[in-house]
Design a protein around this ligand. Sequence first.
Ligand SMILES: O=C(O)c1ccccc1N[C@@H]1O[C@H](COP(=O)(O)O)[C@@H](O)[C@H]1O
Length: 210
Amino acid sequence: MAGTLVKICGISTPQTLAAAVQAGASHVGFVHFPKSPRHLSLADAAGLRALVPAQVKAVLLLVNPSPDVLADAVREVHPDVVQFHGSETPDALARFRADTGLEAWRALAVRDAASLADAGTFRGAADRVLLDAPASALPGGNGTRFDWSLLSGWDAPLAWGLAGGLTPANVAEAIRLTGAPLVDTSSGLERSPGIKDVDKIAAFCKATRI
Ligand SMILES: O=C(O)c1ccccc1N[C@@H]1O[C@H](COP(=O)(O)O)[C@@H](O)[C@H]1O
């Protein structure tokens, strides 16, 4: 769909960052979660963040950060958006937004139709919910998708995005079926865990322009 926003997550090098920007990504994501193959220290995330041009938003992904980690991350990396990918509460997100003025996104695991009802609890607290497959080895970034047909007729209570198992081969179908205003991908663009492939980044962004 024209105007679909595209987030490329798990960027770890200047080359793959440049590829995402060149391909027209609206958002690039940096992961600060030590168990992930995409984990970056805050210093490394800050170094890459400094290379993000103004027209692209920098997203920092955290999982249930302690108050200290969250404060350090915001101070060092200066993200435009923090993507909370754990079990953070609506209250915690609302506090974060009030304290920092930054955008707060919250990942939501979609298991069944009832899961979607949780999105409403983030209205007024988060700027966007990211609908993702349920956690397996990691809380996200597992390359698995949920049943997109669950979104048929869903009346989104706030801005949202689709994540989980998106690849250059399936993203156009995902957009057609769900009408997602933003698509978010990570492991589907890798050539090995944690290493993005510049050709897959380009192919993914191209495939979103349907
Ligand atoms: O990418 C990770 O390593 C990661 C770790 C912990 C939480 C979330 C993570 N990634 C996010 O998960 C979704 C789906 O990723 P994928 O496309 O299925 O690999 C996406 O929002 C990633 O940013």
